[in-house]
Ligand binder design. Structure first.
Ligand SMILES: Nc1ncnc2c1ncn2[C@@H]1O[C@H](COP(=O)(O)OP(=O)(O)OP(=O)(O)O)[C@@H](O)[C@H]1O
Length: 596
């Protein structure tokens, strides 16, 4: 969990030092874009002074007009180029945030529920989590890329201010009046700015979450005839979001317009005093000086309004970082940390990603021991308590027990998909300190009750991008008893299996996921209820093929099952009840009610 708050400015600095050359080029261009309008002011002064015969240059007014147009064209070219660098920098910034968010999410134990703001009762659906990748990443992107615009505008505002001071210092000092008001206003309203932003983000998250749930449960909604109820809830959430978004936007716009009005009032006051001073002493300000004053004043005042909006934006960006800290349970610096992104460069070069290599062999599993494993789901007393188990090399251990007795929780806690609240795990008598990083191929592989497959080809789903030969693939597929199914697929391994593997049956999904495990030849195979999707014969064939291999590869198996044939085959059975071990033994040791 985040322990100290890092300042938003230090985070922005961290972000913009990620691509210094790109940022530098973009900043230069924006200095140009912001600075070029300063030149017409001087031209205008000389133009008017030429007309009133007070110019030091004896040039025709047409020369000034031509120069005026040339500056305009130069600015258009700078803006066009600046747009290219700005776009590149913009997407680099949000890509870095998204990359870090994803990396942090993948570092977490995979089975741990997603929670917002570190509160166990604020569970998040995957749809809700998308808000961090979309809205918060974009918010940060906007602020980072806004820094060089504010820098450009600021630099030239300071230049203009110096010029104004040289023309008439007394009048110019009034410029600082609106600035003081703006700073005070932002300071005073910081909490409110952040509160409104938090509420609107939360409401958006809820709507996105419900959309995600509706899409994943569309069939269940139709079967239950729940469309009106779901739509009603959707409408209520949308209404709430509308109100909170309007509140947030209204407040931001109100702030922006307050800044502009403050600035306009300041401008009015300055012009009033300038006019009075001209009336009192005609030599104090020439017509050209007055024109120059008006021109540069708008330049300074525009910056003041912009600065006010940027300060408010930075407060809203603080909310984005705080939300991400709460969601990921890490410091904000980690969210802005530097890592390669492999994005195409401005010149179109696309950096090459290193090809992923299959996992290398690890130390052989001789014995896996777990002592007093305990995990209870956040905000409930359900889970597992003080579970001990020992798996010997090449053994076949089955976990069984009534529905909800904690079988899945035990598997997940053992292999680090859920963070342990108590207990210890030993691999060959060595303590495992980070199970979620340790129990991955080639040490261990796991197939959950509902395996996760992705839209793509069968080959991609089994290899997951690693370099395996077709021969290795065919071997793993045959081992998973998927060979006959594959033979009937017209495109073979290149068959596209649809979103989440929806074109496969439940049994095919399970066996495709099993092939993915076998391909990596892990020391430990963990299956959660393979029996639920396979008929007895197919499951028997799978185990027989697996055990026939012991000469080349001797995996240790830990499986959840209720099936009699599996329990009879098991070297050891762990019977769970209500989250605790009731019996450990062999098939004949089980109480008769558990033997189907
Ligand atoms: N994410 C969760 N949040 C809160 N409670 C949960 C969560 N997941 C599971 N539980 C509860 O923890 C207990 C153990 O669940 P678990 O899924 O481990 O049981 P199981 O024995 O695998 O059940 P089944 O045979 O139905 O697969 C159950 O009472 C369940 O309701």
């Amino acid at each position: 969990m985040a322990t100290h708050r890092v300042s938003i400015w230090s985070l922005l600095w961290q972000m913009l030092s990620y691509a210094p050359r790109l940022y530098g080029t973009d900043t230069l261009l924006w200095l140009f874009i912001a600075g070029l309008p300063a030149i017409p002011g001087l031209i205008i002064r000389e133009f008017f002074n030429t007309l009133t015969a007070k110019s030091d240059f004896s040039l025709s007014p047409w020369v000034w007009i031509a120069l005026f147009l040339a500056t305009g064209i130069a600015r258009i070219v700078a803006i066009l180029t600046g747009r290219i660098t700005k776009t590149q920098h913009r997407f680099t910034m949000s890509a870095l945030i998204r990359r870090n968010l994803l990396a942090k999410l993948l570092e977490r134990p995979g089975g741990e529920p997603l929670i917002a703001s570190g509160k166990p009762d604020a569970l998040l659906s995957p749809g809700e989590a998308i808000g961090f990748f979309r809205d918060d990443a974009t918010q940060i992107e906007d602020t980072v890329v806004g820094t060089n615009e504010i820098l450009g505008e600021g630099l030239f505002a300071v230049g203009s201010l110096l010029l104004l001071l040289s023309v008439n210092a007394q009048i110019t000092l009034f410029v600082f009046l609106p600035l003081a008001f703006i700073a005070a206003l932002v300071h005073l309203l910081t909490n409110r700015i952040k509160r409104y932003r938090r509420a609107s983000r939360q409401a958006t998250q809820e709507v996105t979450g419900l959309i995600g749930e509706i899409f994943s449960a569309i069939q269940a909604i139709q079967v239950a005839g729940a469309e009106p109820t779901v739509l009603d809830r959707f409408q209520r959430l949308c209404d709430r979001r509308r109100q909170l978004m309007v509140q947030d936007r209204f407040f931001s716009t109100l702030l922006d317009s307050s800044f502009e009005n403050l600035v306009s009032l300041g401008t009015g006051a300055i012009l009033f005093f300038a006019a009075r001073s001209m009336q009192a002493d005609a030599s104090a300000l020439s017509v050209g000086d007055f024109a120059l004053f008006v021109y540069y004043l708008s330049y300074v005042t525009y910056f003041l309004g912009f600065l006010g909006s940027f300060l408010a934006l930075s407060k809203q960006t603080e909310v984005s970082f705080e939300r991400m800290e709460g969601f990921l349970g890490c410091e904000a610096e980690a969210i802005a940390s530097h890592h390669p992104l492999y994005l195409p460069t401005l010149t179109g070069n696309r950096p090459q990603l290193n090809a992923l290599q299959p996992p290398q062999a690890c130390d052989r599993l001789q014995a896996l021991e777990a002592l007093n494993l305990t995990y209870r789901y956040p905000g409930s007393d359900r889970g597992i308590t003080d579970v001990c188990l020992r798996l010997e090399r090449g053994s076949f251990t089955a976990i069984t027990g009534p529905i909800g007795s904690g079988k899945t929780t035990l598997l997940k806690a053992l292999i680090g998909l859920l963070p342990l609240q108590a207990g210890e795990i030993y691999w060959n008598a060595q303590k495992v300190t980070h199970p979620h990083q340790f129990f991955v191929p080639p040490r261990s592989a796991y197939t959950p009750q509902v395996p996760q497959l992705f839209s793509g080809t069968l080959r991609d789903n089994i290899t997951l991008g690693l370099n395996y030969t077709d021969e290795q693939l065919q071997w793993a597929i045959a081992l998973a008893v998927f060979d006959r199914d594959l033979a009937m697929m017209p495109d073979g391994l290149d068959t596209v299996i649809g979103s989440k593997g929806m074109r496969l049956s439940g049994g095919q999904l399970q066996r495709a996921a099993a092939a993915r495990m076998f391909l990596r030849q892990p020391e430990l195979l963990v299956f959660d209820d393979l029996s639920s999707a396979l008929d007895i014969e197919t499951e028997q064939t799978l185990w027989s093929r697996l055990f026939a291999l012991t000469a080349t590869w001797m995996p240790t198996c830990l499986v959840v099952s209720h099936r009699r044939t599996v329990l009879q085959r098991a070297d050891r059975i762990i019977l769970l009840n209500n989250g605790s071990v009731e019996t450990i033994g062999r098939f004949n040791d089980l109480p008769s009610i558990y033997v189907h």
